[in-house]
Design a protein around this ligand. Sequence first.
Ligand SMILES: [Zn+2]
Ligand SMILES: [Zn+2]
Length: 156
Amino acid sequence: MLLEGSCHCQAVTFSVKSHHPYPFNRCYCSICRKTAGGGGYAINLSGDSKTLNVRGEEHISVYSALINREQSTGERHFCKHCASSLWVYDPDWPELVHPFASAIDTPLPTPPKRTHMMLGSRADWVEVNAGFQDKCFDEYPDESLAEWHQRLGLER
Ligand SMILES: [Zn+2]
Ligand SMILES: [Zn+2]
C-alpha cells in the first residue's frame, strides 16, 4: 500500500510504498523514547526506499545516535522546524526505509498482535501492555518486520 506521511508543521511531506504497513513493533529503547516516543516507545514501519518521495527535503535534519560510544549507522530523519520524527534510514540496509507510524497520515491496519522490543532499555514508568499472543524481547526480536508480516499472512 502507499503510505503518505508528514511532519506536524507540514514543511515535509512524503510517500513510500510498503508491503509491511502494520504498526506492530514497539521499540522501548532510549533513542526511540527520547526522540519519537513520548509514551515510552516508538513504532517503525518498513517501506521500499526506492519509492520514497519527499517534498520539503531542505527542512529535514538527520540524527545519528551514539550507541555504546559508537556512531550508529541509523539515520533518524526529522523536521528541523517542528521536530516530528519522520523515518529511519540505515545504509547497511539500503533497500529499506522505516517511517515512524506516528508520521503517517494514511489510515494504517490494526495489528492483530504486537512485538515489544528493547524492553531491557524500558523506562520504569512505562507500562508494557502486552497481549498474551504478543512477543517480548529484552533486545532485538527474533524476526524482521517482513518476517512478522509473512508469518501472519499480512503482506500487502
Ligand atoms: Zn515540521
Ligand atoms: Zn528504538
